[in-house]
Design a binder for this molecule. Structure first.
Ligand code: HEC
Length: 140
C-alpha cells in the first residue's frame, strides 16, 4: 500500500514540475501593479464569500461590483504606460481579464436583488477568469 502511494507521488511529480504556460514579459512596474491588484482580488473574493455566508447578499454584490466588476476596470489608465499591465498583455490574455470584470458584474447584479440562491448560482463563475488566466499565462 505504502509503496503504491510512493509510486503515485513519483509519477505525478515530473508532470507538475513542467510549466507549459505562456511566459508574458511585463515591465517591472507593470508586474508590481498587477501583483497588488491580484492580492486585492483575492481579498475581495474572501470578503464576498464571508458576506454571502453571513447572508449579507446585497453587500456581497456591492463589494463584487466595486472591487472586481466593471466599476473596477480602467483604474490603471492614469498610470504611466510602463506601469500598466493591461496594454502590455497579449490581447487574448487581456480579454480574459476583461471578461472577468463582466462576469463579476453579472454576479453583482444577481446579488443586488438580495436573492441569495440567485447569487450562489453565479458564484462559481466569479473565479473563471482567475483560473483561465493563471492556467495559461505566467509573468516569470
Ligand atoms: C488576465 C490574467 C489574470 C487574471 C484574470 C487573474 N490573474 Fe491573478 N495573476 C496573474 C499573473 C500574470 C500573476 C503573476 C504576477 C506576477 O507576480 O508577475 C498573478 C498573480 C496572482 C496572485 C499572486 C500575487 C502575489 O503575491 O505574487 C494572486 C493571489 C492572484 N493572482 C489572484 C487572482 C484572483 C483571485 C483572480 C480572480 C479574481 C485573478 N488572480 C485573476 C494574472 C491574472
Amino acid at each position: 500500500m505504502k509503496r503504491l502511494f510512493l509510486l503515485a507521488c513519483c509519477l505525478a511529480l515530473p508532470a507538475a514540475a513542467e510549466d507549459t504556460r505562456q511566459l508574458v514579459k511585463l515591465t517591472q512596474q507593470a508586474q508590481e501593479t498587477l501583483r497588488l491588484e491580484m492580492i486585492d482580488n483575492l481579498m475581495a473574493l474572501n470578503q464576498i464569500l464571508s458576506l454571502l455566508a453571513g447572508n449579507q447578499v446585497k453587500e456581497a454584490g456591492r463589494v463584487a461590483e466595486e472591487r472586481l466588476g466593471k466599476t473596477a476596470m480602467g483604474k490603471n489608465a492614469r498610470l504611466p504606460f510602463e506601469a500598466r499591465p493591461g496594454p502590455q498583455m497579449p490581447p487574448e490574455m487581456h480579454e480574459i481579464g476583461r471578461q472577468g470584470h463582466f462576469t463579476a458584474s453579472e454576479f453583482a447584479a444577481a446579488a443586488a436583488t438580495g436573492d441569495r440562491q440567485a447569487a450562489l448560482e453565479k458564484l462559481p463563475s466569479l473565479m473563471n477568469a482567475c483560473i483561465g488566466c493563471h492556467a495559461s499565462y505566467r509573468t516569470r
